[in-house]
Design a protein around this ligand. Structure first.
Ligand code: ADP
Length: 450
C-alpha cells in the first residue's frame, strides 16, 4: 500500500511539475514573439518616418513643386494612420499617454506644414522671412522630442518585461530543480523501501531437502554411532531415575540433599531429551498421513505453548489465513512446530512475539510450481548471523549451551517425508521466520478440524 501510494504521489507530482513548466514556457514563448517585441521599436520607426517627412517638406519649401507637396501629403497621411494603429500595441500607461501627446502634436505639425504651403514665398529665400517654416520646424522639433520620450518609455517597459521574464525563468528553474530533487529523494526512499521489504526478505532460503539430506547423509555414520550410544545410555538412565526417586523418599527433611536430588533429576531429564533427539534423528518414524486443514497443528501448538511462553514475556499469536487441506502426520508436524517455536522463543532476548501463521501460496516444489500451504513460525528475535546460517542444518551444530543441534535436522527430514520443504528468512536484529511448505491435498478430510 505504501509503495503504491508513493508511486501515485510521485506520478502526480511529476505530471503537475511538467504541466506547470509547460504552461510557463508557453507563456514565455507567447510574450517573446516578434509581434510583442516590435512595440519596443515603435519610437525608432516613428523618428525615422518623421525625419523623412521633414526632408520632403523642406524640399517642397525650397522648390515649391506641387508634386513634392502631394508626396508630402501622402507620406504625412500614412504616418497619421500608422500612429493610430500603434495604440493597440502599447502596454504601459506612460507609453499610451505619450502616444496621445504625439498624435495631438502631429496634428499641429501637419497644420504648420499646410500653413507653409498656403503662404506665397518671397522672391529671395531667407529664413528670417519664413516665419511659417520656423513654426513648422519647431513643431517638428517637438515631435522629435516626444519621439525621444517614447523611446525612453519603451526602454523602461522593456526593462520591466525582461525582469518579469527573468523572474519567470527563475521560477521555472526552481520548479525543475525542485522536482528533480524530489524525484531523487523519492527514488532513494522507494529503493530503500523496496530493498528492505521486498528484496531482503527474498533472501529466504528454501532449504531444499536434497541438499540438507545430502549433508546429513555424510553424517549418517556418526548418527548411527550416536544412536547406538544413545540406546545404551537410555537403560542406565531409566534405572538411575528410578533410584533417585526412592533416594528422595529416604532423605525427606534434609533440604540440602533434596535440592541435590532435584538438580540430578533436571540433568537426567536433559540427558533423556538428548537421547530422544538422537534416536529420532537416527531412526525417524514413518509418517501416518491424514488429510486435514493445514492450520490444525498450529492451533494445537498454540494452545499447548501459549501459557508457558506468556510467563517469559513472549506473546504467541495465531493467524490463520487459509482453509486449505493438506495430507500430514499431525503428530510429526506438531513436533516440528514445537521445535521451531522453542527456537523462536530462545532467540528473543527479553520480550517479543512469536506468530504462528497459516497461509496459501504458490511455489516450486519437487520440480514444479504448485499450490502450497505454508505454516510459519515468525519471531521478533535476534536473527541468524551469516556464520550460523552456513551450518544451520548440520546435525549436532548448536550455539546453545544445552542444545543438541538436532532440532532443525529432524524438522527438515520430517518435512521432506511430507513431500514439502523447510524455508526460512532472517534479518539480524529484526527476527526470523521459518516456514513449513506443504503441498495441498486433493482428497477428502479424514480427520475434520475439531
Ligand atoms: P538447537 O536448538 O538444539 O541448538 P537446532 O537445530 O534447532 O538446534 O538449531 C540450530 C541453531 O540454529 C541454534 O543453536 C540457533 O543458533 C539457530 N537458530 C535456530 N532457530 C533460530 C531462530 N528462530 N532464531 C535465531 N537462531 C536460530
Amino acid at each position: 500500500m505504501l509503495l503504491a501510494g508513493a508511486i501515485a504521489l510521485f506520478a502526480g507530482l511529476s505530471v503537475w511539475a511538467v504541466w506547470n513548466s509547460g504552461r510557463r514556457v508557453e507563456e514565455l514563448q507567447r510574450r517573446l514573439t516578434d509581434a510583442h517585441l516590435a512595440r519596443f521599436r515603435l519610437a525608432d520607426e516613428f523618428q525615422r518616418r518623421l525625419l523623412a517627412l521633414n526632408n520632403s517638406m523642406l524640399r517642397f519649401a525650397v522648390r515649391r513643386e506641387p508634386a513634392l507637396w502631394s508626396e508630402f501629403e501622402r507620406a504625412s497621411h500614412d504616418l497619421d494612420q500608422w500612429l493610430d494603429e500603434q495604440s493597440s500595441q502599447l502596454h504601459t500607461e506612460r507609453e499610451r499617454d505619450l502616444l496621445q501627446q504625439l498624435n495631438a502634436a502631429y496634428d499641429s505639425y501637419v497644420q504648420a506644414a499646410r500653413q507653409v504651403q498656403a503662404t506665397r514665398p518671397p522672391v529671395e529665400v531667407h529664413p528670417q522671412v519664413f516665419p511659417d517654416i520656423t513654426e513648422f520646424e519647431s513643431k517638428a522639433d517637438r515631435l522629435l522630442a516626444l519621439g525621444q520620450q517614447l523611446a525612453e518609455a519603451h526602454g523602461e517597459a522593456r526593462e520591466g518585461f525582461l525582469s518579469q521574464a527573468n523572474a519567470q525563468l527563475g521560477h521555472l528553474r526552481f520548479l525543475l530543480f525542485g522536482s528533480a530533487g524530489m524525484s531523487l529523494a523519492l527514488m532513494g526512499g522507494l529503493g530503500w523501501f523496496v530493498y528492505r521489504d521486498l528484496i531482503a526478505p527474498l533472501r529466504t532460503r528454501l532449504v531444499q531437502s536434497e541438499v540438507v539430506l545430502e549433508r546429513q547423509g555424510k553424517l549418517a555414520t556418526l548418527g548411527t554411532l550416536a544412536a547406538g550410544i544413545a540406546h545404551e545410555i537410555r537403560n542406565p538412565l531409566t534405572s538411575i531415575k528410578a533410584r533417585l526417586y526412592t533416594l528422595a523418599k529416604h532423605i525427606k527433611g534434609n533440604d540440602a540433599a533434596l535440592s541435590d536430588t532435584m538438580m540430578i533429576g533436571d540433568e537426567i531429564a536433559r540427558l533423556e531429551r538428548i537421547v530422544q533427539d538422537v534416536l529420532r534423528f537416527a531412526r525417524p518414524s514413518e509418517p501416518q498421513f491424514k488429510v486435514m486443514r493445514a492450520d490444525t497443528p498450529l492451533r494445537e501448538v498454540h494452545s499447548l505453548m501459549a501459557a508457558a511462553l506468556e510467563q517469559k514475556q513472549i506473546r504467541l499469536t495465531l493467524d490463520s489465513q487459509t482453509e486449505q487441506l493438506v495430507s500430514m502426520d499431525v503428530a510429526l508436524i506438531k513436533q516440528v512446530l514445537v521445535n521451531l517455536v522453542r527456537n523462536a522463543a530462545e532467540a528473543i532476548e527479553q520480550e517479543g512475539t512469536v506468530t504462528l501463521r497459516a497461509r496459501a501460496s504458490q511455489t516450486k516444489l519437487n520440480g514444479r510450481v504448485q499450490e502450497v500451504a505454508v505454516l510459519e513460525v515468525a519471531d521478533t528475535g535476534k536473527g541468524i548471523p551469516p556464520e550460523v546460517e552456513k551450518r544451520l542444518f548440520d546435525p549436532f551444530f548448536s550455539t546453545k549451551e544445552a542444545g543438541t543441534g538436532l532440532g532443525l535436522s529432524i524438522a527438515a527430514r520430517i518435512v521432506d517425508k511430507h513431500g514439502g520443504a523447510l524455508q526460512y528468512r532472517t534479518q539480524v536484529g529484526r527476527g526470523t521466520t521459518f516456514g513449513i511448505v506443504l503441498p495441498i491435498a486433493q482428497g477428502p478430510v479424514e480427520n475434520p478440524d475439531p
